[in-house]
Design a protein. Structure first.
Length: 254
């Protein structure tokens, strides 16, 4: 992915990593469209950052995805990058189904079906572009499980393998598949994570991500240094130690 000259849609970018990445990519000379469920936040972004377009989208709702895709493509026919940022994370207790089933279904709908539906809504358009990118967003937890968040871990593992697979299928097209693999970052993804000393500061994470994209435009996985502990435990042969360390770090394993 080139660092500049793109038109980029980032659903799930009204806060946290999504918004910070949107602002950094805009500063690098890209046209950026931010998507989200809350119109009040979208209105604030449009007011605070003139030049960033916004569209309402609920990635858990297929009709909303279809409507947003039509709006984005009508206003930005040169769109060539889709970042499937939207996701949710919840602590679960799998001892009793009443304590995890609804959460698990919601997480899979948002974190797995959401990106799949987004890609389906944009793939024909992106294939028609001379140079296009789909950036998926997995997690270090796709490679080492956090005890407290089983469904989230599974959803991100699914995104990793989905990325690997569609990269193979789309190799005969102009569409590149890039997987962003964050570690714990200081956002509101879980309660208390914004101030967790174990989580990476948001500005440092996004700055490193943008620097990696700029330095490695052909990379298939974007890995900041701090995620490699989780990402490569199995390859290094210390997977059990990684899992133990992750799960005793603090109550959320961050």
């Amino acid at each position: 992915m080139n660092i500049t000259g793109n038109t980029i849609f980032i659903p799930g970018a009204t806060s946290g990593i999504g918004l910070a990445l949107a602002l950094e990519l805009r500063a690098k000379g890209n046209t950026v469209i931010v998507g989200g469920r809350r119109t009040d936040l979208l209105d604030l972004i449009a007011a605070d950052y003139p030049g960033i377009d916004t569209v309402r989208i609920d990635t858990a709702d297929p009709a909303s995805i279809d409507s947003a895709a039509k709006q984005v493509l009508a206003r930005h026919p040169d769109l060539n990058v889709l970042v499937t940022m939207a996701g949710i994370m919840r602590v679960e207790d799998w001892h009793r189904p009443e304590s995890f089933l609804a959460s698990a279904e919601s997480i899979i709908t948002t974190n797995v079906l959401g990106p799949i539906r987004l890609i389906a809504a944009f793939i024909e358009h992106l294939r028609a572009q001379p140079d296009a990118t789909i950036m998926t967003v997995s997690s270090g937890l796709a490679f080492a499980p956090l005890k407290a968040t089983p469904s989230y871990n599974a959803s991100k593992a699914a995104i990793h393998m989905l990325s690997e697979s569609i990269r193979l299928q789309l190799a005969d097209t102009s569409v590149k598949i890039v997987e962003l693999e964050p570690p714990a970052v200081r956002t509101a993804l879980l309660p208390g994570q914004e101030t967790s000393e174990f989580a990476m500061p948001l500005d440092e994470f996004v700055a490193e991500v943008v620097a990696l994209i700029e330095a490695q435009p052909d990379a298939t996985e974007i890995q900041v240094e701090r995620v490699k502990f989780l990402r490569y435990g199995e390859a290094r042969g210390d997977y059990d130690q990684v899992v133990a360390t992750l799960n005793r770090a603090d109550p959320h394993g961050k």
